[in-house]
Design a protein around this ligand. Structure first.
Ligand code: ADP
Ligand code: MG
Length: 725
């Protein structure tokens, strides 16, 4: 093939899908509804599953109780309506060896599709009843007469009412023709190293394979390519921030840092020490650091960040630490202040409610360089907050800030080092896929302060046990949280397709509780915080003071309630998820979560981080309203492990990625073929390879990298959008 043809075929990938044979305007519209607009979209339309016809069983040989595929001829298809709202199609399928009965529920339209004598493949579990082998609701595919010529594995694509899977497959085949000669963007060196198929072969095998090995190899190749391109996009985007600017190489063994070290009232854990060294070595390097410190609530990220602040002061630079709420900013002031004082580092806290005079003084100190560390909220982003020489920006709970907010803070310096802190337990593979341009440090264990936290799952009927445990704690003088998913009773209904209660991306959306729209749930058994508080006060906790906290209260009211609880003037705090952040009461040792199944795992984990913060043992009692075995199994993971990262991996293995971080803007959601948990090796490899490639060819403009660079730009034209929000 001529080079020019290859280029034409490569370009064809990004042409409108209408150029593909048989894609009429009507079909183009139907494809559009599935998000397929270009030839590329069509050839990368990943099959939902594959029907393996190389491994078909006969009606006689198919084993009971196992998944298998049987090919046969429709002898009879009958529509039955045993009950008014029940339609079932019963198919008698025959092959050379015998008969298989197939029952399809609620798909009466199949009657139009099936004809006597038609060859079909069914794939499902075989049972034996009423004297026949039977499959109920198997996957069913009508085979075309020329099926065998197409290969022995049938790809089943996502389809719609307007466009059957069969038609989609045919169109995919035509799309492959339209770009048959496309160039492979992967450098040969990488292809040979991992023994990967060429891109075209992989695309062909994805849709028209001869056996399942080909499908696996195709996916392996395409998955690798996906991650590599994503990593490259994230990394090159990361480089852009400081292109042409002079980053700061921090002094990391100066007097402030040493004094701070001496002032820290405890010994850092091994993980904290490691994280500190990792961070300091990034700060010392003459490149702009982009470092993410991941650690569960209570793992002690703040003190690690303090060392970075001290390094900025030692360097004669300035540092700003931005937190998402006023409460958090003030808390940081309270804990960091004494350490910074001991290190002789000047500091201040700036929030929206800082009095004007103090604000003026802070701005002046910042501008003339006499103020080294400024802790604050979004107030730091104001235009009149102008540091003289910002060399470090620390962003706490970074996922709660938007991309542009983070960028605005960083823009206050020439090329400041960036240190991000997050309590979202993002497993390393996901972190690489989402924040490929960041270096990572993990804090997995909480500093051992002798306290133990246990979690117990109860069915609703047994919730008395949770209350008993709470009363025991109250009698010991300790305090209790009761968390409810709702404020008032009327549930706000949302997208019916969402399942599993709260999604993890709602972790930071306080009070924005999303309810499954299942009918039973609209009922009265929802624990509304308001009602629950009144109820508990008058019954179970009559001997104590029960307070109520929820997100619809005014900030001042909230603060008042939290302060009273902190002073132990109220002993039981009934709250919605507002308590996730900002409440720190070491004397609170028991947490009861009502309707725990309405929350995502990581949100529950986040919630339970509120207890066990002091020296006292803590208990978390999850009361599940559901009897659903899957949901209970999911919740029981919280009983099993207290490690947020382990939980996050478990959660990811149950659901698709994107759930931990929200599925809006993350690079990970661009990954069609990669599963974050299963493919962690692929992600690690691609991450390393992307780093190597960019180290050797930062602009990717060497001839063997040009196709790669082009693909990367095409796929992730706006990497800022995928930088995780
Ligand atoms: P995070 O921000 O990661 O949730 P913090 O930085 O607020 O956690 O730390 C939680 C608590 O643990 C604080 O009271 C802090 O003083 C304490 N802490 C941190 N590191 C240690 C340590 N190594 N030993 C004992 N206590 C520690
Ligand atoms: Mg913190």
């Amino acid at each position: 093939m001529l080079e020019a043809d290859r280029i034409a075929d490569t370009l064809a990938l990004d042409e409108p899908v209408g150029r593909v044979r048989m894609v009429s305007p009507g079909r183009a519209k139907a494809l559009d509804a599935m998000g397929i607009r270009t030839v590329r979209d069509l050839v990368t339309h990943v099959p939902r599953r594959h029907l393996d016809l190389t491994n078909v069983q006969t009606a006689a040989s198919c084993p009971l109780g196992q998944l298998c595929t049987v090919v046969g001829v429709v002898h009879k298809a009958q529509l039955k309506r045993p009950r008014p709202r029940l339609a079932l199609v019963e198919i008698t399928l025959v092959d050379a060896t015998g008969t298989l009965m197939v029952t399809m529920f609620q798909q009466p339209w199949l009657m139009d599709k099936l004809e006597q004598g038609m060859r079909i493949a069914v794939s499902g579990k075989v049972e034996f009843n009423y004297g026949f082998k039977r499959m109920t609701n198997p996957f069913l595919e009508v085979l075309e007469p020329d099926q065998d010529a197409q290969g022995r594995v049938i790809a089943v694509h996502p389809a719609t009412e307007k466009l059957s899977a069969t038609m989609v497959r045919r169109l995919v085949g035509n799309a492959l023709e339209a770009c048959a000669g496309l160039l492979d963007p992967l450098p040969t060196a990488l292809r040979t190293r991992y023994r990967l198929m060429s891109r075209m072969t992989a695309l062909r095998c994805l849709h028209f394979a001869h056996d399942m090995d080909e499908v696996r190899e195709a996916k392996r190749r395409l998955a690798y390519e996906e991650v590599l391109l994503l990593e490259l996009a994230l990394m090159t985007e990361g480089l852009k921030r400081t292109a042409g600017r002079r980053p700061c190489a921090h002094v990391v063994d100066g007097p402030a840092l040493r004094a701070l070290d001496a002032a820290v009232p405890f010994t850092l854990t091994a993980e904290q020490q490691k994280a500190r060294e990792e961070i300091l070595s990034r700060l010392a390097a003459p490149e702009a650091a982009n470092h993410l410190l991941l650690g569960d609530v209570g793992t002690g990220k703040t003190v690690v960040a303090a060392y970075a602040l001290a390094a900025a002061a030692d360097t004669g630079g300035q540092a700003m630490l931005m937190a998402p709420t006023e409460v958090l900013a003030r808390q940081h002031g309270k804990t960091l202040g004494p350490l910074l004082d001991a290190a002789n580092v000047s500091w201040a806290v700036l929030t929206g409610s800082t009095p004007a005079a103090e604000r003026d003084a802070i701005q002046a100190g910042l501008a003339d360089g006499s103020l080294s560390v400024l802790v604050g909220t979004h107030a730091l982003l104001e235009d009149d907050v102008v540091p003289k020489r910002l060399t470090l920006a620390v962003i706490d709970e970074q996922q709660r800030f938007g991309v542009d907010q983070r960028a605005r803070l960083l823009d206050k310096g020439e090329a400041p080092d960036a240190l991000y802190l997050t309590a979202t337990p993002i497993p390393r593979s996901l972190a690489l896929a989402v924040y490929g341009n960041l270096t990572l440090s993990y804090l997995k264990a909480r500093p051992n302060r002798g306290a133990v936290r246990t979690t117990h799952l109860h069915r609703k009927a047994d919730r008395g046990r949770a209350y008993d445990a709470a009363k025991e704690a109250l009698k010991r003088g300790e305090q209790v949280y009761v968390v409810c998913p709702l404020i008032e009773e009327a549930p706000e209904k949302k997208d019916a397709k969402r399942s599993g209660g709260l999604q993890d991306n709602d972790v930071y959306a306080f009070d924005r509780v999303v309810i499954e729209s299942d009918e039973d749930f609209a009922g009265a058994d929802v624990s509304a915080a308001t009602k629950q508080a009144a109820y508990l006060q008058s019954t179970v906790f009559a001997d104590w003071d029960v307070a109520l906290l929820h997100g619809r209260m005014k900030p001042a009211e909230k603060q008042e309630v939290m302060d009273r609880f902190a002073r132990n003037e109220s002993q039981v705090l009934v709250a919605t998820t507002v308590i996730e952040v900002g409440v720190d009461v070491p004397n609170a040792t028991v947490m009861i979560v009502e309707d725990a199944d309405r929350f995502g795992l990581s949100q529950l984990h986040q919630l339970r981080g509120r207890v066990g913060r002091g020296a006292l043992d803590a208990q978390v009692h999850l009361v599940a309203a559901t009897k659903d075995a899957e949901a209970l199994k999911r919740l029981s993971a919280l009983e099993r492990t207290d490690d947020g990262f382990e939980l996050a991996e478990f959660d990811l293995s149950l659901r698709r990625e994107g759930d931990i971080l929200g599925n809006r803007q993350h690079g990970a959601s661009a990954l069609k073929l990669v599963n974050i948990v299963r493919d962690r090796n692929v992600i690690e490899a691609a991450h390393r390879d992307a780093e190597d490639l960019l180290a050797r060819d930062p602009m990717l403009d060497q001839p063997e990298h040009r196709a790669l660079a082009r693909e990367m730009r095409l796929l992730f034209s706006s990497a800022a959008d995928i930088q995780g929000g």
